[in-house]
Write a protein that binds this ligand. Structure first.
Ligand code: SAM
Length: 241
C-alpha cells in the first residue's frame, strides 16, 4: 500500500494542506518535492490522490487529483470497553484494535482500576490510531471515547445487538461464537476488565443488564491479550469481519 498521510480536517475542495508530524515526515523523511503524488485520507471514509504543489518550512500544499470512497471497515460495528493497561501496553492495544477494525474504544473506570486517562494521554492514543490507520489502510478512524464508569458503559451499550463481558468461568467462547453466527448482529459491545478483574458485583450488574459472560480459555490473559483475542474471535466469526 502506498504511503498514506492524514489530513486533520475534512477535505472538501480541490486543495489540501498537511502540517505538523505529517508534513515533517513527508518533507524530511520521504524527501518529497513539488510534483510528487501521495495518498491522503481525512477519516471520512474516502481516500484521495493528491499532487504536491508547494513544500513550505512546516506545511505542504497539495492539489487533489482524484477521490474514491474505499470501505475497509468491519461489517459489524464493534465497541470495545476496556480497563486500559498502562504505558506501552495501552498504546499497543489501541494500535491493534484499530488494525482489527474496532469502531469505538471506551476506556473503562472500574472498581479495581479507577485511573482515568488524561486529555494528553487520550490524545496520544488518538495519534496511535492515525498511525495504525495509515499503515493498515483504514479510511475511518477508530474513535477513542472519554473514559466512562463501567456502569454507564453497561447501560449505554444496551443499544448493541450483542453484548459480551469477558470473565473467567463464563460461557465457553465456542458456544458464544456459534450463537453469534446465527444471530448475525450489526453491532457488538465487548467489555474487558482490569488486571485485578471485574468484581462479582460488577459481573452481576452486567448480567442483570443482558450482558453474556464469556470465557476465553483455561489461561488468564493480560488485559490487552484478552481484548484482542475476543475482538479477533468475534470478527472472525461474522462474515466480512
Ligand atoms: N484475576 C483476574 C480475574 O480472575 O478476573 C484476572 C483479570 S485478567 C488479567 C483481565 C481481564 O481480561 C479480565 O477481567 C477479563 O475481562 C479478561 N480475561 C483474561 N483472561 C480471561 C479468560 N481466560 N476468560 C475470560 N476473560 C478473561
Amino acid at each position: 500500500m502506498a504511503d498514506r498521510y492524514f489530513v486533520d480536517r475534512p477535505i472538501t475542495g480541490d486543495q489540501a494542506r498537511l502540517s505538523g508530524a505529517e508534513a515533517h515526515h513527508l518533507t524530511h523523511v520521504m524527501r518529497a518535492v513539488a510534483g510528487d503524488e501521495v495518498v491522503l485520507f481525512d477519516g471520512s471514509g474516502a481516500e484521495f490522490t493528491a499532487r504536491i504543489e508547494r513544500v513550505g518550512r512546516s506545511e505542504i500544499e497539495l492539489a487533489m487529483v482524484s477521490r474514491s470512497v474505499i470501505d475497509r471497515e468491519a461489517r459489524v460495528a464493534v465497541t470495545l470497553g476496556v480497563a486500559l493497561p498502562k504505558g506501552d501496553r495501552q498504546r499497543w492495544l489501541v494500535e491493534k484494535a484499530a488494525e482489527l477494525g474496532v469502531a469505538r474504544l471506551v476506556p473503562l473506570v472500574t472498581e479495581r482500576s479507577n485511573q482515568r486517562e488524561s486529555a494528553a494521554g487520550l490524545e496520544k492514543l488518538r495519534r496511535a490510531v492515525i498511525e495504525a490507520s495509515k499503515q493498515c489502510g483504514r479510511n475511518r478512524l477508530l474513535e477513542i471515547a472519554a473514559p466512562e464508569p463501567l456502569e454507564d458503559f453497561l447501560g449505554a451499550a444496551a443499544r448493541a445487538d450483542c453484548r459480551l463481558v469477558a470473565h473467567p468461568n463464563g460461557h465457553p467462547l465456542s458456544r458464544v461464537l456459534d450463537e453469534l453466527a446465527v444471530a448475525d448482529p450489526q453491532s457488538v459491545a465487548l467489555a474487558i476488565g482490569p488486571e485485578g478483574g471485574f468484581s462479582a458485583a460488577e459481573i452481576e450488574r452486567a448480567v442483570a443488564q443482558g450482558w453474556q459472560r464469556v470465557d476465553l480459555g483455561q489461561r488468564i490473559l493480560r488485559v490487552e491479550t484478552a481484548a484482542l483475542a475476543l475482538v479477533a474471535a468475534v470478527l472472525g466469526r461474522v462474515a466480512g469481519g
